[in-house]
Design a binder for this molecule. Structure first.
Ligand code: SF4
Length: 325
């Protein structure tokens, strides 16, 4: 079978590359793209079943349907008529109530180009900032955390760094289930390097914990205490990178004061875990040549999500692990 089109799996943020073929009767087949830098041909069970979403039309709307008034039944119409109707309704609302009377809520599954078009329509043509997406809400704590700490919203690392890391701190995430292809890369790294350490912080015992050298089963919501306890130990045990701190960081003294407000034992009690386990986690991080923290919604989806992010990223900063070659 000839796979003519390249695309991206739309299920999760790992971004696996896929190759797509289409038969003359319209059926779609896919496989992992062996040359894609993210997944190198692999796909998880979600990605492997993507084509069923296209091929199985039993629960899909294949044509536009319009209800001319609330009490009217839905009627199938041609695309031009449907588009015209949508445009007229939006135009009349904007004329009557102003551009901020309308808005877009966009799916997290859109591609960059689709976000671009939707944003252009909302901001450029309708004249409203009322556009939001599930992808932004999911990651907004991380976005603010990054902006506050490194000045812009970007992850200062690439997937290749996994192959150089010797300590992973996975917190508030279950990548074994939620980001399987990324997790395969961590498994591979650990399989080939017995010195690689994996710490998992999660109130649940998930499948990710099976790969962990240390599972910190902390109380829900106590993440900042855990991260600050690790920060305190890194400072006290001189695992920090003083030259990096003086060259690149602002506010280290305030940070130091803040993490010293509780003893490691007090932090451990707040987290409901053993002090010795926090010390072990800190020693894994402190001794690492390449340290990667990984987190997801367990930290982000919280009323103190930004502070959880800041407390975690601080550990990378004080150990000089950002911007390292
Ligand atoms: S890990 Fe699975 S769901 Fe996520 S992008 Fe890759 S194939 Fe798709």
């Amino acid at each position: 079978m000839k796979y003519e089109y390249k695309s991206t799996c739309s299920y999760c943020g790992v971004g696996c590359g896929i190759l797509v073929s289409r038969t003359s009767d319209g059926r779609v087949f896919i496989k992992g793209d062996p040359n894609h830098p993210v997944n190198k041909g692999k796909l998880c069970s979600k990605g492997l079943n993507l084509h069923h979403v296209v091929n199985n039309k039993s629960d899909r709307i294949l044509y536009p349907k319009v209800r001319m008034a609330k009490s009217y039944p839905l009627q199938q119409v041609e695309w031009p008529k449907a588009i015209d109707r949508v445009a007229k309704v939006f135009t009349s609302l904007i004329r009557k109530f102003g551009p901020d009377s309308v808005g877009f809520y966009v799916s997290g599954q859109c591609l960059t180009e689709e976000y671009y078009l939707a944003t252009k329509l909302a901001k450029g043509f309708w004249g409203t900032n009322n556009i939001d997406t599930n992808s932004r809400l999911c990651m907004s704590s991380a976005v603010v955390g990054y902006k506050m700490q490194v000045g812009e919203d970007l992850v200062p690392i690439s997937y290749e760094d996994i192959d150089f890391a010797d300590c992973f701190f996975i917190t508030g995430a279950n990548p074994a289930w939620c980001h399987p292809i990324l997790f395969r890369r961590i498994e591979e790294r650990k399989k080939n390097n017995s010195n690689v350490k994996i710490i998992v912080a999660d109130p649940r015992r998930t499948q990710t914990c099976e790969l962990a050298d240390l599972h910190l089963q902390l109380k829900p919501g106590s993440d900042i205490y855990l991260n600050n306890a690790i920060g305190r130990i890194l400072i006290e045990e001189d695992f920090i990178d003083s030259s990096y701190i003086s060259k690149h960081l602002n506010g280290f003294e305030e940070y130091q004061k803040q993490v010293m407000t509780l003893s490691v034992k007090e932090y451990a009690d707040k987290c409901g875990i053993k002090e010795a386990d926090i010390r072990l986690a800190a020693s894994f991080i402190g001794n690492a040549k390449g340290y990667i923290p990984m987190w997801a919604m367990g930290l982000n989806q919280s009323v103190i999500g930004v502070n959880k992010n800041l407390s975690l990223i601080n550990l990378s900063l004080i150990t000089g692990q950002i911007g390292k070659v």
